[in-house]
Design a protein around this ligand. Structure first.
Ligand SMILES: [Zn+2]
Length: 135
């Protein structure tokens, strides 16, 4: 047989190499462990990498973020609706105030103005009521 370490000739069944002194059984055992370690390292290197974030946690965070967006957007829509409603009511009450006090508005414009109220009645700034004109 040949020594697996130095390739020198050795007697068949010998326990160690006469040239380099390696013990064949220990040499083979070391080679076997090295092959196993190399195979394990290769398997680890070719395995898919573990995900950075746990998928379950990722889904939970996504759902929470989506719910937060929906709530924030809904709140914004609600606030905008309330703001527009308040604006509309303010405009309406301002318009109603003008109708409620036509004399004051009208005398500011002209002392000779004829006022037509919302009901279609005519009046003068002094408070005199006039009949609607005939058609
Ligand atoms: Zn040898």
């Amino acid at each position: 047989m040949k020594c697996p370490s130095c390739a020198a000739a050795a007697a068949d069944g010998a326990a160690e190499c006469p040239a380099c002194g390696v013990i064949f059984a220990k040499f083979e055992e070391r080679r076997r462990r090295e092959r196993e370690a190399a195979a394990a390292a290769l398997a680890q290197a070719s395995a898919p990498p573990a995900p950075l974030v746990d998928p379950q946690l990722g889904r939970t965070v996504a759902v929470v973020l989506a719910a937060g967006w929906v709530l924030a957007f809904g709140y914004f829509i609600f606030k905008d609706y309330r703001r527009r409603q308040a604006l509309r009511e303010a405009r309406l009450s301002a318009a109603q105030a003008q109708f409620a006090a036509p004399v004051a508005v009208s005398t500011a414009v002209s002392a000779h103005a004829v006022i037509v109220d919302a009901a279609g009645n005519f009046s003068t700034p002094s408070g005199e009521t006039l009949a609607p004109p005939r058609r």
